[in-house]
Write a protein that binds this ligand. Structure first.
Ligand SMILES: [Zn+2]
Length: 58
């Protein structure tokens, strides 16, 4: 699994859950390199990643 923000493979799974209605298994990841958050959806022969609000540095 690669971070969709910075491309680092240093990501960790925070939690995962099922979406029975959608038929997907969702895993929530956090990048240890840039702190970016994203969800990985797997199900029904396909998978995709959705970004979840990148953490901004102020
Ligand atoms: Zn990252």
């Amino acid at each position: 699994m690669k971070c969709p923000y910075c491309g680092s493979e240093g990501v960790e799974a925070v939690k995962s859950w099922d979406m029975p209605k959608m038929g997907y298994r969702v895993t929530h990841y956090r990048c240890k390199n840039c702190g970016g958050l994203f969800n990985h959806y797997v199900g029904r022969g396909k998978e995709f990643v959705l970004r979840v609000g990148p953490r901004r540095k102020t």
